[in-house]
Design a protein around this ligand. Structure first.
Ligand code: PLP
Length: 280
């Protein structure tokens, strides 16, 4: 089941082409996107996702996404959805056609969630650390590299996931060349130890995660301490639990890192998942 809505709120056939071959989003990955979880007809963290879409677009110096139009298209997808109780909604905003008048291309596509993601949510995953090839100061020194923008140029992220698969794992934790933990190709890394939840600062050049933010809000209310500070791989090995968080996978536990088992965090995972769910 898939539902496609254009920004004027009309539905289109997801099996038929709607994007031109000279769209710069297609030719160069020159655009931004968001992936939003919908449960029982309610999108989670939609305002935060739209804020991040706007922020990413500003980093790419794209025209600002029309929030009202995206809201309308999201509503059209929700109204037409007749699939399962959860869906993944992709919001896409590109620079538009090459040599055109600068009008961005935008659409919202609702689809079923990949069954592997649901399995990983329940069972946890093995992950590997892979070097991302930059040091912790690069995001600040070189803003043109767009570190921390959710651009459509995800080929590197997808290649890293294939490398993980070659190494017998399901996911990746990127590290800086100076050994700090960054993020997953499509997730935020969270470590839990002694009542403290930790995640990496976005200043290192990673995305601000909406799922991590929601979990930290709920955890703080429940008495957890939350910290945003640099983490090393050794910190993950010493932690009570390591988790990858993102809209669609929610909170997924990492049970094995680089082939070595981590501390069993099944009970902690249940606790953090319940906290995250209490936000909705
Ligand atoms: N980091 C990257 C690179 C991502 O692609 C994503 C989501 O896809 C995240 C982090 C997690 O963000 P969110 O929790 O808002 O889905």
């Amino acid at each position: 089941m898939r539902v496609l809505a254009l920004l004027d709120g009309t539905l289109a056939d997801p099996e038929s082409p709607v994007v031109r071959v000279d769209d710069l989003g297609l030719l160069r990955g020159d655009g931004v996107f968001e992936t939003v979880l919908v449960v029982d007809g309610r999108p989670r963290e939609l305002a935060a996702h739209l804020d991040r879409l706007v922020a990413s677009a500003a980093m790419l110096e794209l025209p600002a996404p029309d929030r009202a139009a995206f809201d309308r298209a999201v509503g059209a997808v929700l109204d037409a959805w007749a699939g399962g109780r959860e869906l993944v909604m992709r919001l896409v905003h590109t620079r538009g056609v090459e040599g055109g008048d600068g009008t961005p291309t935008g659409f919202v596509l609702g689809s079923e969630i990949n069954p592997a993601t649901l399995r990983h949510r329940a069972d946890g995953i093995a992950a590997v650390t892979l070097e991302r090839g930059f040091d912790e100061g690069l995001a600040r020194r070189a803003p043109w590299l767009l570190l921390g923008a959710k651009s459509l140029s995800y080929a590197v992220n997808m290649a890293a996931l294939r490398e993980a698969e070659r190494r017998g794992a399901a996911d990746v934790l990127f590290t800086t060349s100076d050994g700090l933990v960054l993020e997953g190709p499509t997730s935020t890394v969270i470590a839990a130890s002694d009542g403290i939840l930790r995640t990496t600062p976005t200043a290192l050049g990673i995305l601000p995660g909406t799922t991590q933010a929601a979990l930290f809000r709920a955890a703080e209310r429940a008495g957890w301490v939350t910290k945003v500070e640099s983490l090393r791989v050794a910190d993950l090995r010493a932690a009570d639990g390591v988790f990858l968080a993102s809209s669609i996978r929610r909170i997924t536990r990492v049970h094995t890192l680089d082939g070595e088992p981590l501390t069993d965090s099944a009970a902690l995972h249940a606790e953090l998942t319940a906290l995250y769910e209490s936000e909705y």
